[in-house]
Design a protein around this ligand. Structure first.
Ligand SMILES: NC(=O)c1ccc[n+]([C@@H]2O[C@H](COP(=O)([O-])OP(=O)(O)OC[C@H]3O[C@@H](n4cnc5c(N)ncnc54)[C@H](O)[C@@H]3O)[C@@H](O)[C@H]2O)c1
Length: 353
């Protein structure tokens, strides 16, 4: 199997989990060793086939450092679960653009190193896929890196909520360049939105009529700080739309992020409230709390997406790839029910679509 050469944009908490995961599962063979992964092998690719060949950031504690050290540098708070060996891969400086918001200026220290020519570095490194892990409010920077990927002939994975794969004009740009693009806004492995939708669906299937429901969360990573300042509204729209799609009728639905609580570090607490009625109009309620750690929640999904995009590249697929986007992202070009998305994804992997 050939290696899957990827470039990381934004060496933050998600990048830390991704890199650590490559070593944690590096030699996994037995079932016990693959605990926590959805798929050990996907389309014949294993996590160890993923190779990071370039990485870009703007923080002075990361730029100029080897990737193995940069992933543990402040302000990253993703837990360390494994020793990552020296990568011989220096994190390079990209342009800041809108990557650092007002609130983030207090925690991100912008490096004064010279910016590299990103598309040229992507070409030189033989990167095939660019993984966009910028802060969620970095709209211009995300678009700029998408352009660099196109210039360098790379596929693009947009983990952020900026509309790229789901934007018709951007999807067409990738189509014109004969490159695949997937996104937008990665779905967590133990995702609050997925859990919420599954609960609503299950209750509805059992004849419960949902009347009102909300899902709110608080987190302590830099991402939550950025969300609070810049993307709270857009995330609320995306999540609410996604949760509402689990019901075939109108109900009062709210889903979004509420606040940043610094002492939570990379942890996230999600609260769910569901109110409905069942037999003879009898009321029922669910009051739930889900506690997770943010960065590792992206790892398994990213492993699946990276391998699926490699398959798309091998098949010469261009433009927005719905089967991968619907399976792994909250805002794909078209919203489809969870079980349909799962089937579309596996059909794609098995080349049956
Ligand atoms: N489980 C998850 O963590 C999860 C799930 C879904 C989506 N996402 C999305 O993934 C993205 C990354 O999340 P995170 O928690 O790793 O964020 P983070 O804040 O920890 O990391 C962002 C990184 O980008 C760097 N950066 C800022 N501007 C830059 C620029 N112009 N060029 C290069 N680097 C720049 C920052 O210095 C930082 O290292 C976010 O958009 C988030 O919404 C994450």
């Amino acid at each position: 199997m050939s290696k899957i050469k990827i470039a990381i944009v934004g060496v933050g908490n998600c990048a830390s989990a991704l890199v650590q995961g490559l070593y944690y599962y590096g030699k996994a063979q037995t079932k016990e060793e693959t605990l926590g992964l959805r798929y050990l092998s996907l389309g014949g690719f294993r996590p160890q086939d993923i190779q990071i060949v370039a990485a870009f950031d703007v923080d002075q504690r990361k730029v100029g450092q080897d990737l193995s050290e940069a992933i543990f540098a402040n302000p990253n708070t993703a837990p360390k679960v494994v020793d990552v060996p020296w990568q011989n891969l220096i994190v390079q400086k990209g342009p800041v653009l809108d990557g650092v918001s007002q609130a983030l200026r207090e925690v991100v220290k912008v490096s004064d190193a010279t910016e590299v020519d990103v598309s040229e570095e992507l070409r030189q490194s033989d990167a095939e896929i660019v993984i966009n892990l910028l802060p969620s409010g970095a709209v211009k920077a995300s678009q700029w890196y998408a352009d660099q990927a196109i210039k360098a002939g790379c596929a693009f994975v947009n983990a952020t909520p900026t509309y790229i794969a789901s934007d018709v004009l951007w999807a067409r740009k990738f189509e014109d360049a004969t490159l695949p693009v997937v996104g937008d806004d990665l779905i967590d492995q133990v995702g609050a939105t997925t859990l919420h939708k599954t609960l609503l669906k299950l209750l509805s299937q059992h004849g419960v009529r949902i009347i009102e429901t909300y899902q709110l969360d608080v987190g302590g990573g830099t991402e939550s700080l950025d969300t609070l300042e810049r993307t709270r509204k857009v995330k609320r729209v995306m999540k609410t739309r996604s949760v509402s799609s689990a019901l075939s009728y109108e109900a009062e639905v709210v889903a979004g992020s509420t606040d940043y609580v610094d002492f939570l570090k990379n942890r996230r607490d999600s609260y769910f409230w569901i109110k409905g009625v069942y037999f003879c109009n009898t009321p029922m309620q669910i009051d739930l709390k889900l506690s997770t750690v943010d960065a590792p929640n992206a790892g398994s999904t990213l492993f699946d997406v990276i391998r699926a995009v490699k398959i798309a590249l091998q098949r010469g697929i261009k433009g927005a790839v719905l089967s991968i986007s619907a399976y792994a992202f909250k805002h794909p070009p078209q919203l489809v029910p969870l079980e349909v998305a799962e089937k579309m994804f596996m059909d794609f992997i098995r080349n049956r679509d």
